[in-house]
Design a protein around this ligand. Structure first.
Ligand code: HEC
Ligand code: HEC
Length: 213
């Protein structure tokens, strides 16, 4: 079991490295031009610097630009098809922007500093930490830290920052991956993780992650 999981993780890393190479060739965004869009549109939900005031809207400040760009591309419907990541709000919000503007927006949010949340539930912190750092070998659940890093900072370009995020948002995303209503993760990486988690485990790990900086 352990061995097959390791092989899987290695295969994923290779896949990620190839994706990173394609991104490198692409032009970088202009953060100042991105800020101008944020100040008029995105500010309403994500704040002026990507530190969203409400837990329903994820923090974008300090997120890797490659991940931000990918999410915007996934929210955008192409050729009248269903977007890869479904969100009634964001599918509408992103419709007006082209590839260059998305790069500008990604460049702006990536250079902002995240104001992280805090863990709130003392009773579940030990379980959250254990799952985050070590997973659960008895059911083949990998450690979150293996891909998202020990402090939740992620690994650009393939693994997003998750540390300091609102627990409510993290919980919703994990449940969406588990149910398959969010299915834009390369190689089903997150769906295969979330499907092994109970509601209580999701809640515990989401709370722990909020306090990770
Ligand atoms: C009306 C509120 C609202 C506005 C305005 C808005 N967003 Fe969002 N945004 C959301 C919500 C809600 C989500 C979470 C969607 C989900 O649950 O999948 C989100 C998610 C995102 C994500 C994915 C974050 C992640 O961690 O995966 C990105 C990137 C993003 N928004 C960018 C933008 C940009 C750029 C703008 C401005 C052009 C914008 N948003 C405007 C509400 C909003
Ligand atoms: C094999 C690597 C891998 C492992 C292990 C892993 N993740 Fe992920 N995770 C990813 C990738 C890749 C994405 C980005 C998916 C995409 O492109 O939309 C992601 C995305 C996420 C997101 C969405 C972030 C956002 O801003 O919307 C959350 C939340 C998350 N992971 C939590 C976890 C938790 C909690 C664990 C441990 C229980 C975990 N992950 C284990 C690879 C992994």
């Amino acid at each position: 079991m352990k061995r097959s999981l390791l092989t899987l993780l290695c295969a994923m890393t290779t896949f990620g490295a190839q994706a990173a190479d394609t991104h490198k060739a692409a032009p970088k965004g202009d953060a100042a031009r991105g800020q101008a869009i944020v100040a008029t549109v995105c500010v309403a939900c994500h704040g002026p610097d990507g530190n969203s005031p409400l837990a329903a809207n994820p923090k974008l400040a300090g997120q890797h630009s490659e991940y931000l760009l990918k999410q915007m591309q996934n929210f955008k419907a192409v050729d009248g098809k269903q977007p890869e990541r479904v969100s009634p709000i964001m599918n509408g919000m992103i419709a007006a922007y082209d590839e260059g503007q998305m790069r500008d927006l990604a460049a702006y949010f990536a250079t902002q500093t995240q104001k992280g949340e805090a863990a709130k539930s003392g009773e579940t912190i030990a379980l959250g930490r254990k799952l985050y750092r070590g997973g659960d070998q008895s059911k083949g659940l990998p450690a979150c830290a293996a891909c998202h890093g020990p402090a939740g900072a992620g690994i650009p370009a393939q693994y997003p920052r998750i540390g300091g995020q609102f627990a409510e948002y993290t919980e919703v995303q994990l449940k969406s991956f588990r149910e398959g209503t969010r299915a834009n993760d390369p190689n089903k990486m997150m769906r295969m993780v979330a499907i092994k988690m109970t509601d209580a485990e999701i809640k515990a790990v989401a709370d722990y992650i909020a306090g990770l900086h």
